[in-house]
Design a protein around this ligand. Structure first.
Ligand SMILES: Nc1nc2c(c(=O)[nH]1)N[C@H]1C(S)=C(S)[C@@H](COP(=O)(O)O)O[C@H]1N2
Ligand SMILES: [Mo]
Length: 201
């Protein structure tokens, strides 16, 4: 990853053909931190990542193992439900669609719960997770993801409001039936599509 695009507010259409700015959103160059509760401090040597639930076998990765998975950099926009959006940042890590090639998911798996250090959870349909740009991120604009923003590893779902990606992620639970995550239990929407303004459920 080289060129960092200093020109933000790029007008027009995003990478999946939608108007870049969803309704009710305002562009910012700031990157506010939105965390409920304390910020966990996880060293990469202690970090581990698990998958369980509707899988043929549970699996666990260390940091070093995870870094050996296929790595991708995407350029994408970040939309917070509190009405701000950041445009054209570079996010590097492992795409969910690549990660699942290393997991034997049962056909009964229809939903995915993200789990994080500190206890945060958020739920998505597996089809949403399989969007080509859903990514487990460790590097932001070419530098290690800051701890306040979820370092060493977070999930980013560019086609959904930002609460749909767990900071400090440490596992994915594959589920037959949907279950509400942290904000979803507290009145936030489940699909959470910013272009449909699905803010509160
Ligand atoms: N573990 C964890 N992940 C989280 C949250 C949180 O409180 N804890 N907040 C969510 C919300 S509501 C938003 S808007 C984004 C904010 O990401 P940022 O702090 O990097 O802007 O992270 C999401 N992921
Ligand atoms: Mo949020």
């Amino acid at each position: 990853m080289t060129l960092l695009d200093k020109k933000r507010f790029v007008p027009g259409i995003n990478s999946f053909g939608k108007e870049k700015t969803p309704p009710g959103q305002v562009a910012t160059v700031k990157f506010p931190v939105l965390t409920y509760g304390a910020t966990p401090e996880i060293d990469t040597k202690d970090w581990s990542f698990k998958v369980w639930g509707e899988v043929e076998e549970e699996k666990q990765w260390t940091w070093d193992d995870f870094m050996k998975l296929p790595q991708t950099t995407i350029r994408a926009d970040f939309h917070c439900v509190t009405h701000w959006s950041r445009f054209d940042d570079y996010w590097t890590g492992v795409l969910f669609k690549d990660l699942v090639k290393f997991i034997r998911i049962k056909p009964t798996a229809k939903f995915v719960m993200q789990h994080a250090y500190g206890g945060y959870t958020t739920n998505n349909a597996i089809d949403v997770m399989l969007n080509e740009d859903v990514i487990l991120v460790h590097t932001f604009n070419g530098a290690p993801l800051p701890r306040a923003h979820g370092g060493p590893m977070r999930v980013f779902t560019p086609r959904r409001y930002a609460w749909k990606g767990a900071k400090w992620v440490n596992g994915l639970e594959f589920m037959t039936k949907d279950r509400a995550g942290f904000w979803e239990m507290n009145g936030y929407d489940t699909p959470a599509d910013p272009w449909k303004e699905e803010r509160y459920g």
